[in-house]
Design a protein around this ligand. Structure first.
Ligand code: GLN
Length: 492
């Protein structure tokens, strides 16, 4: 079979279970595609070919023995922020280019237990700080829809591998939009779960109060399969929540779109930087949902202007604290010939971290310093609460809230936006993380340059099933999620 990479997760699971093809065949097929096509996309940092084939053989044996579970033998790519035992885990940084994790992240361990085959680890913005995956050390990942454009970030590699059919689905993380924005830029479905739904154990920390792992794939159905693997309480993550996990696949038709109240925040559609074509595509998708029976309700989210400044104080503050462990002593990169301990710290950190990471550490350290702590950090935390309350008030009126995932389609590589311009591009995603809410991106069309546009649906706490269900039903009557970039049509 030459077109195994065109099958959905359900089709892959069924094909493996019915022995239409083996996991070894499927895994080898993807490895061949990676070898041929990833030279153009630059999505993988590490390809674990040998281990993948061994896992595939074990999966085939389990299928034969009748001990397999639903996804046994299906390949996956992990964002290089998830620790993988015995395999390099770089977090996209020169700092950790030599770091071999002694243990698996819970998400990775759950994947292994479910029989998933790890193809490798994929590129990202350094330490998940950024929106383009133009990585200063591993190079820029390209957008499969147009190789001169970025795939978004920080989970840009996770998006690019799926859009180029170099993995059937992938894991990503979302601290301020890093699943939804690259999903939007690459025409994919990506779910950022409620904070606490997916374990953060073994996920290298950026801003711990907002970091959350989630699935990236072509469709809501594919994402549901991966959520069934990823979600759940974990005693090793104190913020993971002890709450029953839904069967996301079984619930795909569980929410009625008829009568669903979709909130349209007035403030969101008047943002200065909102591209006219993005706006048009998102409005068309909302019209479609309306045709399916949803009711559109105009709502107010009055704190919109505070999202970017609040996030860009809290996230760097937490980053400054989380990244202090990278000191050239205990982990990672160490400078050559340090003259004394101070020189060792200074040079290891300035040589090991890229410019954006250093910028965030500086901003965060400043915001946390004794003289400014109340004025910046404490104030931002208070505003964060107001942002959350704004959403809770809105959810008294509506079931879900609609927004673009990003104000524009994918930027050009090397566009060299100023930090402020770059941060403003996160306007639609940050509040969800500040409030800890779940949200999903669904592809809803293209702009004139044939770059994908995404619709974001934000749900109340623990509404992952509802979000997946609404998008699934939208995808039953539309075909945006089935469109493939030219490079994905190439055969290896
Ligand atoms: N673009 C945002 C940032 O740079 C979000 C990143 C993320 O979600 N990891 O912080």
């Amino acid at each position: 079979m030459t077109d195994l990479h065109r099958l959905s997760i359900r089709e892959l699971a069924e094909g493996l279970a019915q022995a239409q093809f083996s996991s070894r065949e499927l895994t080898a097929h993807y490895l061949k595609r990676i070898e041929k096509i990833d030279t153009q996309v630059n999505s993988y940092i590490t390809v674990t070919a040998e281990q993948a084939l061994a896992q595939a053989d074990a999966a085939d044996a389990a299928i034969k023995a009748g001990t397999a579970s639903t996804l046994t033998g299906v390949p996956i790519a992990h964002k290089d922020i998830f620790c993988t035992q015995g395999i390099k885990t770089s977090a996209g940084s020169k700092m950790l280019d030599n770091f071999i994790s002694p243990y698996d992240a819970t998400v990775v361990a759950k994947g292994k237990a479910a029989g998933l085959v790890t193809l490798g680890k994929v590129n990202m913005d350094e330490f998940a700080m950024g929106s383009t995956s133009e990585n200063p050390f591993y190079g820029a990942t390209k957008n499969p829809w147009n190789l001169e454009h970025v795939p978004g970030g920080s989970s840009g590699g996770s998006a690019a591998v799926v859009a180029a059919d170099l993995a059937p689905f992938s894991t990503g993380t979302d601290t301020g939009g890093s699943i939804r924005q690259p999903a939007s830029f690459c025409g994919l479905t990506g779910l950022k779960p409620t904070y606490g739904r997916v374990s953060r154990f073994g996920m290298i920390a950026y801003a711990s109060s907002m970091d959350q792992g989630g699935p990236m794939a072509r469709s809501a159905e594919d994402c549901a399969y991966l959520m069934n693997v990823m979600a759940g309480h974990d005693a090793k993550d104190s913020t993971s929540v002890e709450k029953d996990v839904d069967d996301y696949v079984a619930n795909l038709n569980g929410t009625a779109v008829k009568g669903l109240r979709i909130g349209i925040p007035k403030q969101y559609f008047n943002v200065a930087g909102l591209d006219a074509e993005v706006k048009a595509r998102v409005e068309e998708s909302l019209k479609k949902l309306e045709d399916m029976g949803a009711v559109l309700v105009e709502i107010d989210l009055n704190m919109t202007e505070a999202y970017v400044p609040t996030y860009y104080l809290i996230a760097p503050a937490e980053a400054s604290s989380n990244l202090s462990r990278f000191d050239g002593v205990r982990y990672g990169y160490r400078c050559e010939n340090p003259t004394d301990i101070l020189d060792l710290y200074k040079r290891s950190r300035s040589e090991g971290f890229g410019a954006e990471v250093q910028r965030r550490i500086l901003i965060g350290t400043y915001a946390l310093s004794a003289g400014y702590y109340d004025a910046y950090y404490v104030k931002a935390q208070k505003v964060r609460r107001l942002i959350q309350q704004d959403f809770l008030k809105a959810f008294e009126q509506v079931d879900v809230i609609a927004a673009p995932s990003a104000p524009t389609t994918a930027y050009k590589i090397g566009a060299n936006l100023s930090p402020t311009e770059m941060y403003l591009g996160d306007i639609y995603t940050l509040a969800v993380n500040l409030a800890g809410l779940p949200a999903i991106n669904a592809p809803v069309g293209f702009d004139q340059a044939q770059l994908p546009v995404g619709l974001q649906l934000i749900g109340n706490y623990w509404s992952e099933s509802q979000l997946l269900s609404v998008v699934h039903q939208y995808q039953q009557v539309t075909d945006w999620h089935t469109k493939r970039a030219a490079i994905a049509e190439e055969n290896a």
